[in-house]
Structures are given as C-alpha cells and as structure tokens.
Design a protein. Structure first.
Length: 220
C-alpha cells in the first residue's frame, strides 16, 4: 500500500520568498536570475518552469529528487540569508508558486514560478543603488549583476533598474532597498569629531614622513 501525500487546491497561488543573483544575457537582450545554491547552474526567467539540475528526464518536483524551484514561506527568513558574506550581492525575490508543489515546514519545492517583485539591496559603499552593473563573474552566456550607486559604476556594463525590469518582462517590479543617499548624512557631532581626528592623524603622519625625506636629502 503506497502512502499518498495530501493534496492542496488553493484558490490563489501561494506566495514565497527566495534570494538569487540577477543576470544579463551575453548579447544584452534578456534578463533573468540564477540561484545561490544547487540550481545556480540553470538561469531562469521571470516566468519559468523548473528543470532537473541533474539532467534527469522526470518532471520537477520529483519526490525522490531535490530538483525544482525552492522558496521559503517567510520574507524575514529569506532576508536573513542576505547577511552571509557569499550572498551580500544577491537580491530578494517575491514569487508566486505555480504548478505542482511539495510543502515543507519552511517553504516549498515546486514546478513553476512567477517572479513578481525583485528588491535590490544597497551598493557596497552603502549608498542607494541606481543600477545593476557587471559583478565580474557569471555563467556560460550570462553575466551576473550587482547593485551599484552612480558613483561606483565607473564605466562598467550596467542597466538601470527600470531597464532590467523591461528586459525581464512579464510585469516584473523592481525596487531599490534602503541605503544612505549621502554617506556623511545623519552623522552627529561626535561622529564628525571622530572623522576630523582621523583625518588630522593621517595628515600628521604624512608630515612626519615628508620631514624624514627632507632630512635625508637628495642622496637619501
């Protein structure tokens, strides 16, 4: 006698949350995502169907395999993954779980998904991101992107957040997360005094080095 899993028939697709890296196709005509773990080898679009990462011919999600899209129920739990060093440049996705799925305590493994919203974090410098720029790595045929502010782009291949949404299509909404519009904004008197003291210490050090060079003379 085979044990059958309970079936659900929701009136609306369940909502889940996950993190991923935004990617741009080599020819610059398509935008999508790549996962941060097992599924990272298979970039996917905003509306896409899961494929077995092991190349097996069964349909995902298979009960005896770990293939399929993965997400968690709780947004806070997905955001917590962005705190780790290897995931700092990833983005937060809100998705609709489509097709057949297997429910777990913390999330879903499922066949199809629609990415509804992508939330981009701050630039590495702390400022609000205005674009997605070449991250310096990728997958065959795809360049990985990361959030950057206008001051850090420095001529890199980049897309505005709106341009990424247009290329990705399917009604994707892209929004920028919180960041400091001006790194110096919001500093109190004590913080400014500390910054001034640090600058003065650096100036004193340079003056000491310059004095030593002058004492040695041209032959030093």
């Amino acid at each position: 006698m085979r044990l059958r899993l309970p079936e659900e028939r929701p009136t609306e697709p369940p909502t889940g949350y996950k993190i991923a890296h935004p990617v741009l196709s080599q020819d610059g005509t398509r935008a999508g995502f790549t996962g941060v773990s097992l599924g990272g080898a298979l970039p996917y679009g905003v509306l896409d169907e899961a494929r077995c990462v092991y190349g097996l011919r069964h349909r995902a999600p298979h009960r005896r395999c770990d293939c399929g899209f993965h997400c968690v129920h709780d947004r806070t739990e997905a955001e917590a993954l962005l705190c780790t060093a290897e995931h700092r440049a990833a983005v937060l996705l809100e998705v609709s779980v489509l097709g057949s799925y297997i429910r777990f305590e913390r999330g879903f493994r499922y066949a199809r998904q629609r990415v509804r919203t992508m939330t981009v974090g701050a630039c590495a410098c702390g400022a609000v991101a205005v674009a997605l720029a070449d991250a310096g790595w990728g997958r065959p045929g795809w360049r990985a992107l990361q959030a950057m502010c206008a001051g850090c782009l420095r001529g890199r291949t980049s897309l505005s957040l709106a341009a990424f949404a247009r290329l990705a299509g399917e009604g994707l909404r892209v929004q920028a997360g919180q960041g400091a519009a001006n790194p110096a904004a919001g500093l109190g008197v004590s913080e400014l005094v500390a910054e001034a003291a640090l600058l003065q210490a650096r100036l004193d050090w340079f003056q000491t080095q310059l004095a030593r060079l002058e004492e040695r003379g041209p032959q030093g």
